[in-house]
Ligand binder design. Sequence first.
Ligand code: URA
Length: 240
Amino acid sequence: MERLQKVMAHAGVASRRKCEELIVNGKVYVNGICIRELGAKVSPNDKIEVNGVPLYKETLVYYLFHKPAGVISAVSDDKNRRVVVDYFPHVSERIYPVGRLDYDTTGLLLLTNDGELAQLLMHPKYHVDKTYVAKVKGIPNDKQIKQLRYGVKIDGKMTSPAKVTVLSTDYDKGTSRIELTIHEGWNHQVKKMLMGVGLPVMKLKRERFGFLTLENLAAGQWRALKKNEVSKLRQEALRK
Ligand code: URA
């Protein structure tokens, strides 16, 4: 179930704000009943009409993108910086990123117009593993690794245990590369976890999202997901 204004916006009716106005002004009918509350939720089977016109349902599309650094994980930016959807100029569906990678983080980002799957993949109740490789300042010791494997307190809340592998260390430069797998998606979680144990992140890349990997996509490149990959993602989220 999704909020009516969100479904309308995704179907290309107008911005979410404008859709809210349409609802409040009594222009929207769900299964023949006029809906004026903004809290109303609808399922994919509900018949929605706006100004007497049935809502056109977009084909659902799914893309796997290798996000470069210096790009915002959003559909627009008030400061006119580059956003991820700028890499999809020919896609007419209203796609948006599933979760976020920081401006300076690179790696695997999914984009879709399937609100239900996006919600499923981002909901903390459902566990999809995300694997990151971080270049950090410092050489990790046993205590730091143990702490990451136990969980780290971030803003007063404990994270779940992370899977951790030290990939390499450079004693001359005093830096290391650490692979971290987590299933939550808190804001800046990986940077905060590593900082929390005294290993500030210099560079961060997401290598995997569930069973999906970047394969050989270069930064800025993308590919459409296959049908079976979409169902596998859904199953992966619901399994845990
Ligand atoms: N964790 C972070 O700190 N940054 C990201 O971009 C993703 C996960």
